[in-house]
Write a new protein. Structure first.
Length: 256
C-alpha cells in the first residue's frame, strides 16, 4: 500500500496495491475509498448487486416465461450492458485482463479435475439414464457440433466477464479478506441467473460450477482459466444428455 503523500500542500490519492485484495486481473490499483468502502458506498454496492444479479435475472425469467420472449433476444442486451459497465470503468483495463495468461500447471489442474468429474458424470448417465446418454450428439450431430463451437464464443466468454471479472473487480472490496464468502456469494448469484430453467439440476449444478469458477478466478485472476474450465463442463453437459436442463434454445432429444 502506498503511503500518504502531498505536493505543494495538495493531498495525493492514496492507492491500495495489496496483491491479496479481491480484484480482477484487469483492475488497476484502487484508491483507499474504493478499497475500503465507507458504509454509504457499501450500501450502494450491495444495491447494485441486488439489481444486476438478482432483479435482472428475475426480469429475464418473467420476459421469457411470462411474456414468451425468446431468450436469445432478452439475454444479450443484459449481458452487453453489464460488460459495457466493466469496459467503460476507468479503473479497469481490458488489455490487462486479457493478458492474465494461464500457467501450464493450472491448465493441468483444470483438465485433471475435469477428467475425474467427467468420468463420474458419464458413468452415472450411462448407468441411470441410458436413454439420454449421448442422445444429443447421436441424434443431431451437426447441431451438437455447432453448439460445441458456438457455446464458448457466444455464452461462456460473456458469462465469465460478468460473473467473475466484473464481480471481483467491482464488488471485491465488499468482502475484504473473506474469500470464502465471496466465492459462495458468487456461486449463489450464478445459480440465480439460471433460475429461468426451473429445475433443481440447473440450480444445483450452476451453484457448484459457479463456486468452482469463482475459486479458480480468485486464485489465478485468469479469465482464460475460467473460460476454459466453464467450456469443458458445458461441453460435458451437452454431450452426456444433461443439456436440456441448462438451455432452452435447443430441443434436446435426450429430454423428449
Amino acid at each position: 500500500m502506498a503511503a500518504d503523500a502531498s505536493i505543494g500542500g495538495e493531498r495525493m490519492a492514496v492507492m491500495d496495491e495489496s496483491p491479496d485484495a479481491l480484484a480482477a486481473a484487469g483492475s488497476l490499483p484502487r484508491t483507499l475509498d474504493v478499497a475500503r468502502p465507507s458504509e454509504h458506498r457499501r450500501i450502494r454496492l450491495i444495491g447494485e448487486i441486488l439489481v444486476v444479479f438478482v432483479v435482472l435475472p428475475l426480469v429475464v425469467t418473467f420476459l421469457v416465461y411470462g411474456l414468451r420472449w425468446p431468450l436469445f433476444v432478452v439475454l444479450p442486451p443484459v449481458l452487453a450492458a453489464v460488460i459495457a459497465m466493466l469496459v467503460l470503468d476507468p479503473s479497469f483495463r481490458v488489455r490487462r485482463e486479457l493478458r492474465s495468461g494461464l500457467p501450464a500447471r493450472e491448465l493441468i489442474a483444470i483438465v485433471g479435475l475435469f477428467a475425474v468429474i467427467a468420468l463420474l458424470v458419464a458413468g452415472f448417465m450411462a448407468s441411470e439414464m441410458p436413454q439420454r446418454f449421448l442422445a444429443f450428439p447421436r441424434a443431431r450431430p451437426r447441431t451438437w457440433a455447432a453448439v460445441m463451437v458456438l457455446y464458448p464464443l457466444l455464452s461462456v466468454a460473456a458469462q465469465e466477464l460478468v460473473y467473475r471479472t466484473f464481480f471481483f473487480h467491482r464488488y471485491g472490496p465488499l468482502f475484504g479478506a473473506r474469500r470464502g464468502l465471496a466465492i459462495l456469494a458468487n456461486g449463489a448469484l450464478f445459480a440465480l441467473a439460471h433460475v429461468m430453467f426451473y429445475n433443481p439440476v440447473a440450480l444445483g449444478g450452476t451453484f457448484l460450477g459457479g463456486c468452482l469458477f469463482a475459486w479458480r478466478y480468485e486464485r489465478t485472476r485468469s479469465l482464460w482459466a475460467v473460460v476454459i474450465e466453464h467450456t469443458l463442463y458445458g461441453w460435458l453437459i451437452f454431450t452426456v444428455g444433461l443439456g436440456g436442463y441448462f438451455f432452452t434454445g435447443i430441443a434436446n432429444p435426450a429430454l423428449r
